[in-house]
Design a protein around this ligand. Structure first.
Ligand SMILES: Cc1cc2nc3c(=O)[nH]c(=O)nc-3n(C[C@H](O)[C@H](O)[C@H](O)COP(=O)(O)OP(=O)(O)OC[C@H]3O[C@@H](n4cnc5c(N)ncnc54)[C@H](O)[C@@H]3O)c2cc1C
Length: 231
């Protein structure tokens, strides 16, 4: 059964959103899932019957400090229980219990896990990096092969694994390849400038901008950003 079908028939009990490993794709995913399911159950009038629990594997609610500070009060206002430093070891699907590395147990009725993202072993096999595809973070040229560029989640650039980052990096690569094709010296470089939309509940959204050398900044939630994300 798909998660959508499971959620549409889930009327009461404990729903656990657990970030199982890091890095995971899309830093917004656990926040969006938790805030949207909470809002949805409230709209359906069974907010009282569904207990939502959010778990995260490091000692704060999110790896981005600005998100951690923003989302703490949001979760507290809506009675969303949180467990930080919660490191998933195994799950007993028959008993519906998660076991952590330090021996804790957490039962659930519905478990939604956000898995660790790992790049394809093809990268290492092809000599393009030990695990991640190793590229220059400003030009995306491979550290290991001439005339090879890398973009997206599989690269080692020090930023989020997000579609928006892949989108912004693509422009730099296109400019550089076009310059090389014209026998010019490529001038465009990437400084990590990206924006990520974050849905907060079902009718507002926030967004976060970040760069390699600046701490991410999170903006106020607005209905406009919610619509911008939908489009
Ligand atoms: C549920 C979810 C929600 C998300 N929401 C957002 C969001 O709101 N905003 C945001 O910015 N990001 C979001 N992301 C993250 C975003 O989807 C990824 O960061 C983005 O797709 C990365 O782009 P990519 O091109 O690097 O990889 P992908 O989009 O994963 O594309 C890689 C492609 O390579 C193919 N491939 C893999 N191995 C091989 C092979 N050996 N041979 C041939 N082809 C192969 C795959 O089939 C795939 O088509 C979300 C991700 C998930 C899972």
């Amino acid at each position: 059964m798909s998660l959508r079908d499971e959620l549409s028939t889930f009327e009461s009990g404990r729903l656990v959103l657990s970030v199982v490993g890091m890095p995971h794709v899309c830093p917004a995913v656990p926040i969006e899932f938790t805030t949207m399911t909470d809002a949805r159950f409230r709209e359906l009038d069974n907010g009282e019957d569904v207990e939502i629990i959010y778990t995260y594997p490091i000692p704060q609610l999110h790896s981005v400090d600005a998100v951690d500070e923003w989302i703490g009060p949001w979760f507290a206002d809506r009675n969303i229980t949180t467990h930080i430093d919660f490191n998933f070891a195994s799950v007993n699907a028959d008993a519906k219990v998660i076991h952590t590395e330090d021996g804790k147990r957490l039962s659930y009725d519905l478990l939604v896990g956000v898995p660790e993202f790992k790049p394809s072993p093809l990268i290492a096999e092809s000599g393009l990096g030990e695990t991640w595809m190793e590229v220059d973070k400003h030009t995306f040229e491979s550290d290991h092969a001439d005339d090879v560029f890398g973009a997206g989640d599989v690269t080692n650039i020090p930023t989020s694994k997000a579609g928006s980052v892949a989108h912004y990096t693509a422009g730099t690569i296109v400019d550089r390849v076009a310059a090389l094709a014209r026998a010019n010296t490529p001038q465009t470089i990437f400084n990590g400038d990206s924006i990520c939309f974050i849905q907060a509940g079902t009718d507002t959204g926030s967004h976060m901008s970040f760069q390699y050398d600046a701490e991410p900044v999170i903006r106020d939630e607005t209905e406009f950003v919610h619509w911008a994300k939908l489009t």
